[in-house]
Ligand binder design. Sequence first.
Ligand code: CMC
Length: 430
Amino acid sequence: MPNESLTITDNRTGKTYEIPIQDGTIRTMDLRQIRKDESDFGLMGYDPAFMNTASCRSAITFIDGDQGILRYRGYPVNELAEQATWMETAYLILKGELPTAAELEEWESSIKKHTFVHENLRDYLKGFRYDAHPMGVLVSTVGALSTFYPEAKEVLNPDLRRRQITRLIAKIPTLAAWAYRHSRGHPFVYPDPDLSYSANFLRMLKMNQSNYVPHPDVVRALDVLFILHADHEQNCSTNVMRSIGSSQADPYSAIAGSIAALYGPLHGGANEAVLRMLQQIGSKDKVPEFVKAVKDGSAGTRLMGFGHRVYKNYDPRAKVIKGLAEKVFAVVGRKNPLLDVALELERIALEDPYFVQRKLYPNVDFYSGLIYEALEIPVEMYTVMFAIPRTVGWLAQWEEMLTDKEQKIARPRQIYTGYDLRSYKPISSR
Ligand code: CMC
């Protein structure tokens, strides 16, 4: 028995149990021994939405939600956003350590080698309607990748696993850019392996602007956004990645599921919803009226880009993004007029007792859309912009799960609330 334990007395039977406490948790399987009598199944935990249940051990991302701290492999995210490149950060998240110069060179060149996608995928993509949402297209095309790499099923083979990880990280910007270009009816632009990850993505996205060469500061801004969105421990889409992966499905199918989870407005879809909300509000003077409507429920929406399951303080990513927005506006030579609406919304919400009492602060999605808008990236692409870097986090978490001896197929229990036994009645007597 570890030093720390919990003594539980079952008042139904008067029996007492000693349950070990390790790392501030008890194992809910230890509750199973607590039974009313021999025929009883044993006590379970009930925790809808995993409000207080740790589903794994993880060494990737650390969050302290009360203090607003986020670290990847021990490094504060703001330090990485200031000093690291996107490819260095991706390597760190996946492999646990920052790369040496030689390791980084090898990592970048292996990613560049895999940026092209099979020509059949191009034809597949053309089958979508002209106005298909790029997130829907991304879910499908990433899922379809699994049919091109049947070896990906061998998820317990570390070499094959690493190959799929490289392929996914390399190909997702190509599929993302093509999803957008399809929605505009523009010809697809092939990857340019001479460019950096972010520069290549911007070029594939915007090639119709003749001889488009992304400004180095814009490329750096995108690198920073990618760093900030790379991982966020056991959020909804990561939980999906681990859950699908736990059945040993191939990683393309699992990532398609994670992208689908990210699509929702309460998760990654919030960045698109924020911009639409700011457009709907329209001007600074309309903000108080909107905040009132959110509180009394008549707005029909929450304040998008506010609140977080884990952060009960300012989201550290939002702080960096707010500063980054100013830099991007200076480079592109225009300020997004919606910034004033956003700043006013933040000012009012941070003073309002409704938001203060519930500890609702701006999250990562509040300001990111304003930067994308300044970069002339269309609103439907915002969640896609989130999915690209989060692919790195999903894959790191997937590999960690597969190599964790304690993990098995994810299979929660339930409390059955339906009918007791009933007998079938023929349709004539119903
Ligand atoms: N606007 C207004 N009220 C809110 C908001 C909001 N954005 N968020 C939470 N609340 C209220 C909620 O109504 C509840 O009030 P009450 O106690 O009176 O019922 C209380 O705050 C607690 O909310 P909850 O739904 O129990 O909190 P949760 O941890 O389940 O939800 C959240 C977290 C992120 C889903 C939620 O805050 C939300 O819907 N925010 C808006 C959507 C958003 O910005 N999502 C992006 C999250 S960050 C990036 C990511 O995950 O991808």
